[in-house]
Design a protein around this ligand. Sequence first.
Ligand code: ZN
Length: 298
Amino acid sequence: MTTHAPARRLLLVHAHPDDESINNGATMAKYAAEGAHVALVTCTLGEEGEVIPPDLAHLAPDKEDILGEHRIGELAAAMRELGVTDHRFLGGPGHYRDSGMMGLETNSRPGSFWSADVDEAAAHLVEVIREVRPQVLITYDENGGYGHPDHIQAHRVAMRAADLAGEGAYRRDLGTPWTIQKIYWNCVPHSVVEAGFAKLRELGLDSPFTEIASADDVPGVVPDDKVTAEIDGGAYTEAKTAAMRAHATQIAVDGPFFALSNALGQPLFGTEYYRLVRGEPGARTGAREGDLFAGVAA
Ligand SMILES: [Zn+2]
C-alpha cells in the first residue's frame, strides 16, 4: 500500500488539451483544493485543432505543424490555474495523434488515436489506474459528447481500461489490480443550457463574438432527468475561467461568454454536471449527488 496517497482520488480521461478545463475545470479545482488527488490523462496533443489568435496561426498542422508541442505548454499552464499537478498524456506526449473531425482523412492516418487498437491504448491507461488507484473516473458518453472521433475513442479506452484494471489475471506487470468504484460521464442538463443561452441573449452581444451558439452546439446535452450529480463549482469559476484562457490557441473567453474556433459565443458554466453510469449513488433516491465521492468506501 502507498501510505501517503490522499484518501480521495479522482481520474479524468480526455481527448485533447482544453477539454478538461471546459468540461471539468471547476470540479478539478474544487477537489484539488480540498486535498484530493486529481489525475488527468489526455489522449492526444490536439495537433489538428484550429488556431484562433492570428499571431499563432503558423503553429497549425497545414503550416509548421507544431501546435501539439505548443498545447503541452497551454495544458501545463491550465493545470497550474486549477492546482492540478498530476497530468499525463496517454502512452507519453505525442504517442497518439489528434484524429481531426469525423470524416477527415486524418482519421485514418497511422498514429492517429482513432486508428489505435482500443486494448493496446487501454493498457497504457490500466498502468495509470493501478498506480493512482482512483475511486472515481470521469470521461465522456459513448458519443464522446458530440461525435468527435478522439472523444469517442477516449470513452472506449477509458471504459475498457476500467474493466481491465480490475481483472486479477490481466497484465500483472502493469501493477496490482484496482477496481474503480464510480464512473461518471460528462453531461449538461437541457434546461441549464437553455437558461444559459437565454441569459446571453438578454445580455446582448456586447462581446467580440459574432453570434451566439445554440443548444445544439453544446456537447453532452441530456434531458434533465438523466443528470445524477451536480458539482457547485461557484467558488472555482474564476480558476476554471483562467484555465480556459490558458488554452489561448483554442478558446476565447469574454466575461460570461466563451467561444471556440467557430467564434460562436456560449455560456461558461461554473456548475458542472455528471451521469453516474457505474457504482452506487451516494444521494437519496431521486436527488442529485453533490459530491462525486459520496458513498465511496475508504
Ligand atoms: Zn476535444
